[in-house]
Design a protein around this ligand. Structure first.
Ligand SMILES: Nc1nc2c(c(=O)[nH]1)N[C@H]1C(S)=C(S)[C@@H](COP(=O)(O)O)O[C@H]1N2
Ligand SMILES: [Mo]
Length: 423
């Protein structure tokens, strides 16, 4: 059903609330077009141009158009459900995003114990262990340090569960939605560690969150002194509660799990602490059955977001193939695209800016001749690492693997233009 702004007696507020309440209004363009009165089409002057628009600050914190109400985070379809809604995930709608930035309200979520409601005035960060001056910082203290802003992706190491037989119904939100990219602002962790004086014997750092899961990870000291951030802002505003408000650790390029949210404690020590997230979880099963711990860096990876699963090409002819590529090792240097299932590859254009440990948008013009096509993308990063095929990845891991799936993603285009997940 298409709601039209025809009730001239209704107040602006009523109209806005009415529009906003369109339940999950994923308005199919074709339906909207079919019902558009010709008076709203050129050369007519459309209804919305015939009276002044909404007042400023309605609402004071801006919202997307009600017609974009279908662009939302979703839970994972397919696969095993999470046991509770506190220990769960929500996925970024990659198919609906443009460029490389994830709007804050669409950043994926992964919580092990729900989102704590933290009063920043009462929040503290303690730094102790092998340091000269153990200290407790308020948020005001953290905000006094010189700050920096950097664009980085964050990817959960559980992103993309294509280890088994592909589920054709999955969208790119399902397969790759545990991936987001923001401009993060905060204090370089090195600055704060220099203030407390880290002792020479310190080799590892424990990071603990103030959530009910007290999520805790051991981080190599080299990373702490390299590009780690104590982040308090994302895309220009303070962190969202679900991203770790008021303070999170941000470890660029590392698996998302190590970027501890609601950060309350850093402890310097000589050896890793062997917490739950680095023993029973987040380790790899190797082909010989052995287990490999501390697999921090997210490898070169890419995915075509348009056209992608669940979309439909309306007709043969021009279609831009577009997607995102990233690597935790640095910059993406190349993205190749194939439309025939890996027979021939063409170089896609990399859209500036191309930044280290950040999403890179790629684009390739394509003329769909009609008939079946298999669309794939393959990223290369500045270390020369090339995104592997699924076959090649499976040779390097045990079949029971779960984390760090970075193989090439394929989308099947059917003769009628319908696009499905081919794994
Ligand atoms: N304290 C705390 N930090 C956490 C988590 C958590 O549950 N608690 N989840 C981790 C995981 S598994 C990931 S992938 C990222 C997700 O960050 P996001 O929710 O901001 O996307 O945060 C990490 N940091
Ligand atoms: Mo994660």
């Amino acid at each position: 059903m298409v709601r039209r702004y025809t009730n001239k007696s209704a107040s602006r507020r009523e109209i806005l609330t009415g529009a906003a309440s369109l339940a999950g209004a994923a308005l199919a363009a074709s339906t909207a077009e079919a019902e558009t009165p010709t008076s709203n089409l050129p050369p007519g002057v459309p209804e919305w141009q015939q009276q002044p628009g909404a007042e400023v600050m309605s609402p004071p914190y801006g919202q997307p158009s009600p017609f974009e109400a279908g662009v939302i985070r979703r839970e994972r379809t397919g696969g095993s459900p999470y046991p509770t809604r506190q220990a769960a995930v929500s996925l970024t709608p990659l198919q609906d995003l443009h460029g490389i930035i994830t709007p804050n309200g669409l950043h994926y979520e992964r919580h092990h114990g729900g989102v704590p409601a933290i009063d920043p005035a009462q929040h503290r960060l303690i730094i102790h262990g092998l340091v000269d001056r153990p200290m407790i910082f308020t948020m005001a203290d953290i905000l006094r340090f010189p700050a920096t802003s950097r664009l980085h992706f964050l990817e959960c190491s559980g992103n993309t569960q294509n280890w088994g037989k592909p589920d054709a119904a999955l969208t790119v939100q399902d397969t790759h939605g545990l991936l987001s990219c923001c401009e993060w602002t905060g204090v370089p962790l090195k600055t704060v560690l220099d203030a407390v004086g880290v002792r020479d014997e310190a080799r590892w750092m424990l990071a603990e969150g103030a959530d009910s899961a007290a999520m805790t990870r051991s981080i190599p000291i080299e990373k702490a002194f390299d590009d780690a951030l104590l982040a308090y802002a994302q895309n220009g505003e303070r962190l969202r509660p679900e991203q770790g408000y008021p303070l999170r650790l941000l470890l660029p390029g590392y698996e998302g799990n190590t970027s501890v949210k609601w950060l309350r404690r850093l402890k310097l020590g000589e050896a890793p602490w062997q917490t739950r997230e680095e023993t029973s979880k987040y380790s790899w099963i190797m082909p010989d059955g052995s287990v490999r711990q501390f697999n921090f860096v997210m490898e070169a990876k890419s995915v075509i977001t348009s056209p992608s699963g669940g979309q439909k090409l309306a007709e043969p002819g021009f279609h831009e193939i577009s997607g995102v590529a990233w690597s935790g090792h640095g910059k993406v240097t190349r993205v190749e695209v194939s439309t025939d299932g890996g027979g021939a590859w063409s170089d896609a254009a990399l859209q500036e800016p191309v930044l280290p440990k950040c999403l890179t948008r790629f684009r390739l013009p394509w003329r769909w001749p009609g008939g079946p096509a298999l669309l794939s993308s393959r990223a290369t990063d500045e270390t020369g690492a090339v995104q592997p095929s699924r076959e090649a990845l499976l040779k390097q891991r045990d079949a029971r693997s779960y984390y760090h799936y970075n193989a090439i993603q394929n989308w099947q285009v059917a003769a009628d233009g319908a696009v499905t997940n081919a794994g």
